[in-house]
Design a protein around this ligand. Sequence first.
Ligand SMILES: NC(=O)c1ccc[n+]([C@@H]2O[C@H](COP(=O)([O-])OP(=O)(O)OC[C@H]3O[C@@H](n4cnc5c(N)ncnc54)[C@H](OP(=O)(O)O)[C@@H]3O)[C@@H](O)[C@H]2O)c1
Length: 287
Amino acid sequence: MTTKPIDTTVSEVPRLKLLHGHAIPRMGLGTWPMVEDECETAVRFALQSGYRLIDTAFQYGNEEAVGRGIRTAGVPRSELFISSKFNKESHSVDGVQRAYDESLRKFGLDHLDMFMCHWPVPSLGKYVDAWKGLVKLLEEGRVNAIGVSNFKPAHLKEIIDATGVVPDVNQIQLSPDLARREPRAVHKLLGTVTEAWSPIGRSSGLRTNPTIVHIAQRLEKSPAQVLLRWHVQQDIVPIPQASNPLWLRENLAVFDFSLSAEEMAEIRRLDKGEEAARDSDLPENGH
Ligand SMILES: NC(=O)c1ccc[n+]([C@@H]2O[C@H](COP(=O)([O-])OP(=O)(O)OC[C@H]3O[C@@H](n4cnc5c(N)ncnc54)[C@H](OP(=O)(O)O)[C@@H]3O)[C@@H](O)[C@H]2O)c1
């Protein structure tokens, strides 16, 4: 590992334009599996350190804690991009409106910047209705952007064919070893921004992969920073989760260096292929 301290200097996080006019920060904080005080503290610290995008979901059971962190951070609401997701129980037009109102109540906010369908759950067969519910929220001006998560290209085609409305964002499992080149190519054609969950591999061992560690040593960055730079350099929005304050700051400090074409090619060889990612068509995957 590098002997020099890791640079954690952070300035304003740049943004990417979304299809429906809003702009999303190019890096955010993931909040699962943090709850209660740990979650509130991490969100507050993250916002005070320069994060502007916070990702959560009904499923994480932490929307109240995220809301407390937001309200006590002292950052103007207008600068923030707050995003949550609903579960399969809300897969209907009215269900999505109720889920949105319930999320707002828990956050203590009057609007979210983005609301998302967490998983398609094809065995239920209701994700088109869920998408119609999100389109209604957007058309009524109650939310700035609408998205989906874990949707495959076939699911995207179905919701777009049914409504003519393309998601601003699709949040999928994505890291250099699960590079998801096929869905990313589809998102690019559609103009949908790709968000990455488990962007630094959670507990997969990716941060100790020799290729990543060698590049990190060469650049005097941490392995997590190399992984996150790989995302932002390709216009992917990663949402790493961290509770450790040093890691929170370190993760955001990836906008002042770049990976060379050779380094990107080395990292490309780590991809295990589409089959290695969590399959959202399987009934056991999704909530
Ligand atoms: N849409 C979906 O279906 C879905 C599914 C899973 C996750 N997500 C979202 O994606 C977010 C991120 O994914 P994830 O939490 O699975 O995985 P991740 O962000 O890839 O990894 C998080 C882990 O990395 C550690 N870590 C963070 N920064 C580090 C650093 N600089 N150096 C070393 N270790 C570091 C964290 O430790 P500490 O906690 O100890 O700080 C935590 O154990 C979640 O929080 C959630 O918001 C969405």
